[in-house]
Design a protein around this ligand. Structure first.
Ligand SMILES: [Mg+2]
Length: 218
């Protein structure tokens, strides 16, 4: 393979935030937004805020997931970027603080090779309000990137990571090329490339540049 492309999902690969879509369908969007705002003020870390938001979904019927999957909107250029990268031999991955149950189908349709995300605990067709297993936070995103690179033998120079939030800092730093897409200030300051246009396709020249880089001798 030529390289590894790793993308965040919420507000990067998708225009939306998955947990907020689920919350809207559950009728608790306003309460979820309050927690999101508190997290942005630094009162809660990512894991605490995710657990608090998922707790609000307790009792919700799992059929909501199908409704949410139908309204997912890939960011303009996202599917084209993945398609072109695949044609050129790149490995592609989504790493997300969002949820497998919502994004896996779209990822498979797009030809994405790997997805790392959270899972809702669902028992007898209803959300328990809990997240299964350890939370995919900023550290887990970086670890997923490193794991996929190792699996495919991709050197750091040819890893491109894209994201928009503070949660993507670690993986952008770990990548050879870190791309901040319409990003929060905390991410822009660690990015190699800052993109503020409408389309993720704007990332393509930076993949080509990364592919041209020579692997380090060990
Ligand atoms: Mg995001």
């Amino acid at each position: 393979m030529i390289g590894l492309l790793v993308s965040d999902v919420d507000s990067t690969f998708l225009t939306q935030e998955v947990i907020e879509l689920v919350a809207e369908h559950a009728g608790v969007r306003e309460r979820v937004e309050e927690i999101t705002t508190a997290a942005m003020r630094g009162e809660l870390d990512f894991s605490q805020s995710l657990r608090a938001r998922v707790a609000l979904l307790e009792g919700l019927d799992e059929s909501v997931l199908g409704s949410v999957r139908e309204i997912l909107e890939p960011t303009p250029g996202a599917l084209e970027l993945v398609r072109r990268a695949k044609q050129e031999g790149w490995v592609t991955a989504l790493v997300s603080g969002g949820f497998h149950e919502v994004i896996d189908e779209l990822a498979a349709e797009a030809g994405i090779d790997h997805v790392r995300a959270n899972r809702f605990e669902i028992i007898d067709g209803r959300f328990t309000g809990k997240v299964l297993g350890p939370i995919v936070d900023g550290v887990a995103k970086r670890e997923a990137l490193e794991e996929f690179a190792e699996l495919h033998g991709v050197p750091r120079e040819r890893i491109v990571a894209m994201g928009d939030g503070a949660n993507d800092r670690e993986m952008l730093i770990a990548a050879g090329t870190g791309i901040a897409f319409r990003a929060k200030p905390a991410l822009r300051e660690v990015a190699d490339v800052v993109l503020d246009g409408e389309s993720l396709w704007d990332a393509w020249p930076h993949l080509e540049a990364a592919a041209g880089k020579v692997a380090p001798t060990r």
